[in-house]
Design a protein around this ligand. Structure first.
Ligand code: FAD
Ligand code: SIN
Length: 543
């Protein structure tokens, strides 16, 4: 089965849908999601979106805060590009119908009637939000708008496998080196289909599910990063994995975040004997940047042998707590914790992938007509540590930038090429699914143990040996058996794990989110870690 579009977008989160809406008045667009439309991280975002929205704040202040959090590795141009476009991006969401929280008139700041909250590293209140479920509000509105657009076709349960490059073409001599769409496993029909397109956008989100404990939904397996790498694109700064300090610790809770905005509104972190231990680690206490807070919690847990620490907002008025955090209040109450009266048990968990596919300001990757937007991309905005709520902002800005570039170039783009069909003549159905489930668990466990919040040379070397072994097994399995969604994800996870470990091994210093006990100090020069693929990829099986 072959389908042809002007643009195929892999991913239906904030980044992918923003690009789709910008393109759809002019071009025919396919949006793919490997699960349902709301299956990515966007749906789960809590705190909000950072932008300069009131007169007493300033673009320069947001830029400065982002640069400080990024620990010397942000690109100032990239930061300025994103921050300057913040207000317009928020206005677009409001125009589309997202209902952000408003302040009571007596609390309007500088005449601004939306409520702005605070999070770590931000020197102003600049986080616009929809209670503590901002992502749900954004995703719902974007879904509705996209489904109303006649020029956009949405394909759920469609797993992109690999980017179609020149080596997959019947008539490759007619084309310069570029992307031509993607091979896709249609899970409903159980077959691999060819989606041909003049331009391809990867918007597949992050890779935090490479770790055993993560705040992310199942979809965050780094598929787009691995696909781009196999198609010959560089990836940058993959060692900077952000661990969110406060995920709910409860046997019946699967990956539930307690937003940083709760600390922004005054919650304390407490350890043994109720001590507010953050005061010992950083003068900004609970509002220090995330890497500092996550490391402090990790260190307290290791020092005291506790399984978790506590987040305490019981000193605030109960009505205030319930009205600001209704979603968290209900969720915790369902597990028997009344957060207005009881402390919340929390632990750090893998949350955000700062590195990714190397792109320029217009979201162009190394392969012509291949774009990367949102969390899967490395734009230079986050540097060595992402500041809270800058991510959704980046999704909106880079989604628009990619679309603008595609629209600018559309008259000069060649028609979609004819790619060869996917070849299944040499594979059979698997008789050993256990290999996939076993390797999946093993990978995520050793990544947590050896490549987590605190690293050492020895731990990284251990992880590398295991990655190499698993990569060999998985590649052999992939070569022999028909693809399934689980196998495709595992194949991508092991690639991403390899990129993370190799990047971490190259960084012989501690900077931002990368902390190694063997090199605890900052190196004098702040340098990016960019990995370059050897030649072009073995991307997919073709006739
Ligand atoms: P996602 O929203 O993750 O979407 C990825 C899409 O790609 C999905 O549709 C998925 O199905 C699809 N996909 C993936 N692989 C494939 C494939 N092989 N084939 C087809 N489709 C595929 N950031 C903020 O700025 N503010 C916050 O308050 C905030 N809170 C957060 C809370 C939580 C619990 C989490 C997990 C993250 C939070 N973040 C927050 C981070 C932010 O939500 C994400 O970085 C952002 O939503 C990523 O958006 P995206 O469009 O890049 O990808
Ligand atoms: C949170 O609400 O704490 C998450 C914010 C973010 O990851 O940007």
């Amino acid at each position: 089965m072959r389908r042809t579009y002007d643009v195929v977008i892999v991913g239906s989160g904030a980044a992918g849908l923003t690009a789709a809406l910008k393109l759809s008045p002019h071009l025919r667009v396919a949006v793919l999601s490997k699960g349902e439309m709301s299956g990515g991280s966007t749906r789960w975002a809590q705190g909000g979106i950072a932008a300069v929205l009131k007169a007493s704040d300033s673009i320069q202040s947001h830029i400065d805060d982002t640069l400080v959090a990024g620990a010397g590795l942000c690109s100032e141009d990239a930061v300025r590009f994103v921050v300057e476009r913040g207000q317009r991006a928020i206005e677009s969401l409001i125009n589309l119908g997202v209902e952000f929280d408003r302040s009571a008139p007596e609390h309007h700041e500088d005449g601004y009637d939306y409520h702005l909250t605070r999070e770590g590293g931000h020197s102003h209140r600049r986080i616009i939000h929809a209670a503590d479920a901002t992502g749900k509000a954004v995703q719902k509105t974007l879904n509705q708008r996209v489904l109303d657009e006649p020029n956009i076709d949405v394909y759920e349960q469609h797993v992109a496998i690999d980017v179609i490059t020149n080596r997959h073409l019947k008539n490759k001599a007619s084309y310069t080196d570029q992307a031509h769409g993607v091979y896709v496993l249609n899970m409903k029909a159980g077959r691999v289909e060819t989606f041909s397109a003049r331009s391809t956008i990867i918007a597949t989100g992050g890779a935090s599910r490479v770790y055993l404990y993560s705040s992310n939904p199942d979809a965050s397996t780094g598929d787009g990063i691995a696909m781009a790498w196999r198609s010959g694109c560089r990836v940058t700064n993959m060692e900077f994995n952000q661990f969110h300090p406060t995920c709910l610790f409860h046997p019946d809770a699967k990956t539930f975040l307690i937003t940083e905005a709760m600390r922004g509104e005054g919650a304390f972190l407490r350890g043994v004997d109720d001590e507010r231990f953050m005061l010992r680690y950083d003068e900004r206490a609970e509002l220090a940047p995330r890497d500092i807070v996550a490391r402090a919690i990790d260190s307290e847990m290791k020092r005291t042998g506790m399984d978790n620490v506590w987040l305490d907002i019981t000193h605030k008025d109960a009505d205030f707590v319930i009205s600001h955090f209704p979603n968290i209040y209900r969720h915790c109450l369902g597990l028997g914790i009344d957060i207005t009266r009881e402390k919340i048990p929390v632990v750090p968990a893998a949350h955000y992938t700062c590195g990714g596919i190397h792109v320029d300001q217009m979201a162009r990757s190394d392969l012509d007509h291949l774009y990367a937007i949102g969390e899967c991309a490395h734009t230079g905005l986050h540097g060595a540590n992402r500041m809270a709520s800058n991510s959704l902002l980046e999704c909106l800005v880079t989604g628009n930038a990619a679309a603008e570039d595609i629209l600018d170039r559309q008259d000069n783009s060649p028609p979609p090429a004819i790619a060869r069909n996917w070849d299944e003549s040499k594979v059979t159905d698997s008789d050993e699914e256990v290999v996939v489930s076993h390797n999946w668990k093993e990978l995520r466990r050793f990544m947590w143990d050896y490549v987590g919040i605190v690293r050492t040379d020895k731990r990284l070397a251990r992880a590398k040996r295991r990655v190499d072994l698993l990569a060999g097994e998985i590649q052999e399995y992939y070569g022999n058996f028909r693809v399934t969604a689980d196998l495709l994800e595992l194949r991508n996870l092991v690639t991403v794990a390899d990129l993370i470990v190799r990047s971490a091994q190259q960084r012989r210093e501690s900077r931002g989110l990368h902390f190694t006990a063997d090199y605890p100090d900052l190196a004098p020069d702040a340098l990016e870690t960019t990995l370059i693929p050897f030649g072009r990829a073995i991307a997919g099986r073709v006739e």
